[in-house]
Write a protein that binds this ligand. Structure first.
Ligand SMILES: CCCCCCCC/C=C\CCCCCCCC(=O)N[C@@H](COP(=O)(O)O)[C@H](O)/C=C/CCCCCCCCCCCCC
Length: 214
């Protein structure tokens, strides 16, 4: 059943990530960005303290949506075509941000790093004890992934915001897929798709030496 309008449903977000990967193992940008849109909707429901995070995510999603709906939209159908097009056209700043500060490659890289956080966080949530602290799971996942790319002030603000997260059970409830047990089962089904999208993107970026774009 579709979620009520505006409400978050983990099922819909995960379906978006699931439909990202083509038979040729390419990653479709349309569903990838839809997945991110859904996650941001969820984040907005967690309170104003998270708005600095959702604003940054929305800015990046919008940059990508404008490429995907723009005159070169065919080149932005998949991550693979985007990388090919931007690298062949010299449209990526490789050393420092200058002529192409918002290239698709650079913008997706930021979302890709955040997807690693999401993967670790959802794995943590799924496997933790019932009385585990969501805040601790979130902080640990952040420290093992995104934190390495953020300055001290962002790390501090993010860690403070994590302290306001509800208990694990309450968090699983707001995922809107039924009770905590169903949410855990759903996470078990969904995580392989997130891992797959993450793995394909990581390999693509590594192949083209794009993992450290400024
Ligand atoms: C399935 C249900 C449960 C999970 C729901 C999670 C919802 C999460 C939604 C969105 C995640 C936010 C994605 C943030 C992207 C951050 C990209 C980034 O690293 N940006 C920094 C670098 O950008 P440039 O300056 O190089 O352009 C930027 O400096 C960051 C600014 C904001 C702080 C980002 C903190 C990220 C923390 C991610 C954890 C989100 C916490 C969610 C709590 C459940």
């Amino acid at each position: 059943m579709a979620a009520a309008q505006g409400a978050f449903s983990l099922r819909e977000v995960m379906a978006a990530f699931q439909s990202c990967v083509t038979e040729q193992r390419e990653v479709l940008l349309g569903p990838y960005l839809r997945g991110w849109r859904g996650l941001v909707r969820f984040l907005n429901g967690l309170g104003a303290i998270f708005s600095f995070i959702s604003k940054d995510a929305v800015t990046k999603i919008q940059i990508m949506e404008s490429y995907c709906g723009g005159e070169k939209k065919e080149e932005y159908r998949t991550m693979q075509s985007m990388v090919r097009y931007e690298l062949n056209g010299g449209l990526v700043d490789l050393e420092q941000r200058s002529a192409h500060p918002n290239s698709g490659c650079r913008t997706v890289l930021r979302l890709h790093r955040a997807l690693h956080w999401l993967q670790l966080f959802l794995e943590g949530l799924r496997t933790a004890q019932q009385d585990a602290s969501t805040s601790t799971i979130c902080t640990d996942s952040y420290n093992a992934s995104l934190a390495a790319y953020h300055p001290w002030i962002v790390r501090k603000a993010a860690t403070l915001a994590f302290c306001t997260l509800p208990s694990r059970d309450a968090f699983l409830e707001v995922m809107n897929v039924g009770g905590p047990e169903e949410a855990v089962e759903m996470l078990g089904d969904a995580l392989p798709h997130i891992r797959d999208v993450y793995g394909i993107t990581e390999e693509l970026y590594a192949q083209h030496r794009l993992l450290d774009l400024p």
